[in-house]
Write a protein that binds this ligand. Structure first.
Ligand code: FES
Length: 83
């Protein structure tokens, strides 16, 4: 999905910018070029960046994921032993 028509910047390019360290709308605009021409996409960009940052903030940490995977593996092994 293209979010900035002037610069042909897609949502995935915006997500990549956030993933590689852009933590504000200004940083996303500077690193991608989005929003730097007519500016009519800036509010959509702001919503996109905020929504993506919120989704990232609610993901479990890498340590928690490893713990859950370990617990799943242990549970799988225990049920295999019981049967
Ligand atoms: S549509 Fe993004 S700067 Fe024009």
């Amino acid at each position: 999905m293209i979010v900035c028509q002037c610069k042909a910047i897609s949502a995935s390019t915006v997500y990549d910018a956030v993933d590689t360290g852009a933590s504000s709308l200004g940083q996303v605009c500077r690193s991608t070029g989005a929003g730097t021409d007519c500016g009519c996409c800036v509010f959509a960009l702001k919503d996109l960046v905020c929504d993506y940052q919120n989704r990232l903030a609610h993901l479990p940490s890498a340590g928690l994921v490893l713990l859950l995977e370990a617990n799943n593996e242990a549970g799988f092994s225990a049920s295999r032993r019981a049967s």
